[in-house]
Design a protein around this ligand. Structure first.
Ligand code: NAD
Length: 260
C-alpha cells in the first residue's frame, strides 16, 4: 500500500501502459482518475478497478482540449478531494518519413503528446499549489526521448520535448513541494506498438518478424520486450519515492536498449 490516501490522475488509461499504471496505483491504495478520450474504455477500466476492491473514477478527456482537461481535473478533485499525482501518458504513434509526413499528422501528434502534457500539468499544478501539499508529476517519455529512429520524426520530437517540460516544472514545482520525472520505456507490446509493426514492415520493405527482431529489439541486451508490469512498477516506485531528491530525471526501462 505504497500509495494509500493519494489521488492520481492517469491519462490514456483506457489501454496499454496507462491502464497498467492505473491498476498498479489502485493496488497500492491510490484513488485513481482513469482519463481517456475513449470514454467507454475509461469506464471499463474504472469499473474493473472498483470490482477488484480499488477506488476509481472514469474521466472522459481529450487531452488536447483545454476545456475538457480543466473540467476533468476539476471533476476528479471534486470527487476525491484533491490530486496528488499526475501521470501524463496519453499518446499515439505516426509512422512516416519526414518527406511523406503531412503537416496535419505532425500537428496532431505534437498536440496529443505536448499540448496534452502541458494542459494536464497546468491543471493539476494549479490544484497542487493551492492545496499546499506538494505533488508528483510523471511523464511518459520513451527511449525516443533520448534516441532517434527513422519514420518517427513527430514522435521523437514530441518525446524529446517532454524532457524539457518535465525539467522546467521540476524547477517551478520545487518551491511548492512538487517533483517531476520522466519514465522512458523501450518497446512494450500494446496496441500502439502492434499497429506499427506492419506499418514499419511496409515502409522499410522487410518482414514483420524482422521489424521486431532487427528494429525494435535489436539494441536491447537480451532481445526482450519491456512489459506493462515493468513500466507500472517503475511508475509506482517514482510516485512513492520517499524523497524529493529524485526530480527532473528520466528513468529508462528498456532492457538496455539505451544506457545513460
Ligand atoms: P495505447 O494505444 O495502448 O494507449 C494509448 C491511450 O491513449 C489510448 O487509450 C488512447 O485512447 C489514449 N489517447 C490517445 N489520444 C488521446 C487524447 N487526445 N486524449 C486522451 N487520451 C488519448 O498505447 P501505449 O503503448 O500504452 O502508450 C501509452 C504511452 O506510452 C504513450 O505516450 C506512448 O508514446 C508511450 N510509450 C509507449 C511505448 C510502447 O512501446 N508501447 C514505449 C515508450 C513510450
Amino acid at each position: 500500500m505504497r500509495m494509500k490516501g493519494r489521488v492520481a490522475l492517469v491519462t490514456g488509461a483506457a489501454s496499454g501502459i496507462g491502464r497498467a499504471i492505473a491498476e498498479a496505483f489502485a493496488r497500492e491504495g491510490a484513488r485513481v482518475g482513469v482519463a481517456d478520450v475513449d470514454a467507454a474504455g475509461a469506464r471499463t477500466v474504472a469499473e474493473a478497478i472498483t470490482a477488484s476492491g480499488g477506488s476509481a473514477l472514469a474521466v472522459s478527456m481529450d487531452v488536447t482540449r483545454e476545456d475538457q482537461v480543466t473540467q476533468g481535473v476539476d471533476a476528479l478533485v471534486a470527487h476525491f478531494g484533491g490530486v496528488d499525482v499526475l501521470v501524463s501518458n496519453a499518446g499515439v504513434q505516426h509512422i512516416a518519413a519526414v518527406v511523406d509526413c503531412s503537416f496535419e499528422a505532425w500537428r496532431r501528434l505534437l498536440a496529443i503528446h505536448l499540448d496534452g502534457a502541458f494542459l494536464t500539468t497546468r491543471a493539476c499544478m494549479r490544484h497542487m499549489v493551492a492545496a499546499g501539499k506538494g505533488g508528483c508529476l510523471l511523464y511518459m517519455g520513451s527511449v525516443h526521448s533520448v534516441e532517434a529512429s527513422p519514420l518517427k520524426a513527430p514522435y521523437v520530437a514530441a518525446k524529446h520535448g517532454i524532457l524539457g517540460l518535465a525539467r522546467a516544472v521540476a524547477k517551478e514545482g520545487a518551491p511548492h513541494g512538487i517533483w517531476s520525472n520522466v519514465i522512458a520505456p523501450g518497446f512494450v507490446r500494446t496496441p500502439l506498438v502492434e499497429k506499427q509493426i506492419p506499418e514499419q514492415a511496409r515502409d522499410l520493405g522487410i518482414s514483420e518478424q524482422e521489424v521486431v527482431k532487427n528494429v525494435m529489439l535489436k539494441n536491447t541486451v537480451d532481445g526482450e520486450f519491456t512489459t506493462l508490469d515493468d513500466v507500472a512498477q517503475l511508475a509506482v516506485f517514482l510516485a512513492s519515492f520517499p524523497s524529493r531528491a529524485l526530480t527532473g530525471q528520466s528513468v529508462v526501462v528498456s532492457h538496455g536498449w539505451h544506457m545513460q
